[in-house]
Design a binder for this molecule. Sequence first.
Ligand SMILES: [Zn+2]
Length: 644
Amino acid sequence: MDPSVNPGEDFFEYANAGWLRRNPIPPSESAWGIGKVVREELYTNLRKINEQAVTSVSPAGSEQRKIGDFWLTAIDMAKADQLGVRPLQAELERINAAKNAQGVLDVSFALQPLGVDTLFSFSVSQDEKNSEVMSVHLSQGGLGLPERDFYFNPEQGVAHIREEYVAHIARTLKLLGREDTAAKTAATNIMSFETALAKASRKLEDLRDPVRNYNKMTSAELTKKNTPAISWADRLDAWKLHPDYVIVGQPEFFRALDNLLTATPVPVLQDYLRFHLVSDYSQYLSKEFDDEHFTFYARVLSGQHEQRSRWKRVLDSQDAAMGMIVGRIFVQQYFPATAKKRYSDLVEAIRTAYHERINHLDWMSEATRAKAQQKLKAITAKVGYPDKWKDYSALIVGTNSYCQNMMNASRWHFNDMISKFGKPVDRTEWDMTPQTYNAYYKAENNEIVLPAAAFAIPGMADAGIDDAVVYGYAGASTIGHEITHGFDDEGRQFDAAGNLKEWWTEEDATKFTKRAEVMIKQFDAYQPLPGIHINGHASLGENIADHGGVLLGLDAFKKTGQFKKGEKIAGLTPLQRFFLGYALSWLHQEQEARLRRGLLSDVHAPAKWRVIGPLANIPEFYEAFGVKTNQPMWRPADLHVRIW
Ligand SMILES: [Zn+2]
């Protein structure tokens, strides 16, 4: 804390600035805060699991052997340097062989199983309107900058990023042997091509409308109406997919893509494919590729000064490649049954609080209220780790190269994804590993998923944390936040069974939208960087979830013995400690470049505004800290957001 700051002036600073000042951002990071410190603890524990796997004598193909081989191969920088770009040779030759637009498409489709998204995005996932069925989804994609707005935003920092991006593409092509002038020309052409793709792409806020981004058609229709150059039926047949229909996110994007494919010279498209392939795998190649990737994606885009330790980056890629294998061991060692019980109970306390809140809403009709209660009751809570672990026996982990292991893992994940087509939906699956400091709500399953690592407070054993902090930290910002996602502007459009289906009366839906508009205005007015304000539309769902989460955590906390007793700890009342516990979850600071990147591409508001924004709408917060009308944290009562 920084007690010299008045909480009514800036609660984020009051709660967090003491630590933030004592713990500046290390040069090898673009941000620093509680999530990063938790991650450092996780790295230490995960490294032990890897080193134990190396020393254990395990048969080929066993999970222990996969962990050990992955680790040893990946940390071997000398081996990666010796191999250079060779692990990608077969794919690069495939690109060289493309003779026309169809040849380019052959490559683009061949790169999908490697996780290299070029031209568009493809997935097999639940049909939003029939969540019992796995279906083929096609959507806009193929950009090398994080989001559409990076190609057009006139702010000078973003304009600088565009220049640096072109220079980075040119240097990457030079590493592949291109001569200087030719590389620069090629880079400019790639940028023009991507800019055209970006122009045809929907904005971040427009991607949050699930109805507009659901366009069901047969693959033949998609070909006939939008993409005469792409025969989707044949392309999908190559993956043994014969869907009755596909769900197209943005049909106009595919129309534009088709035009671009025929209008762009083949050598430009080949360079585009080369750059994306190499860019996606740079971190697993020799130092020159790794450094070049770092220069743009970490230094320029995020403001990070130095590369992070290789072993930590290896653990990150291991998490993506085979995190569940490691996660099974991790939870046995680091997530006791008592913690699982504490947080499962907390989920139910939050659910009860929400039930009561919905009952007391003065703006909702009985018809909508009954359906909302039904949906709340039906939410599945997954706490800690999966009940059923996936079978990774088909994943091949060798000792040839780090890059090859990452390619194998991508293929494994791709095959696993397409194998789900035509089968009943497996609702036991997790989209995050247990050792992830994060959580999510998934509308199609009407579920909240809370990984074991999400509850950690660095340096504290779980049993040593008092209820006020737990209800603010885990109760409000994690559990309450995720549950509220089921009822934010997007989540509320899905019903109890996870189907995109209107269950609100028209009048209630209008009332909800009006109340949400208050929040859009509140966040639009914040300007974390001169010239760039928070995107109130794009961040609406997250802001509703933050606000709802605090209200639910608070309701639940008011029922605890600790709150009722009202005893102070360290001079702070239970209510004050609850709000400090909430602010603790956003103890975070970041470089200006990273802040800019987030404002343009992240649907979450920056950490500081996730604290001051929601709390400025909560009367108990005013009461706890004596916020006065002339202070910045104060908002007039008629401007308070009142949704849940
Ligand atoms: Zn969220």
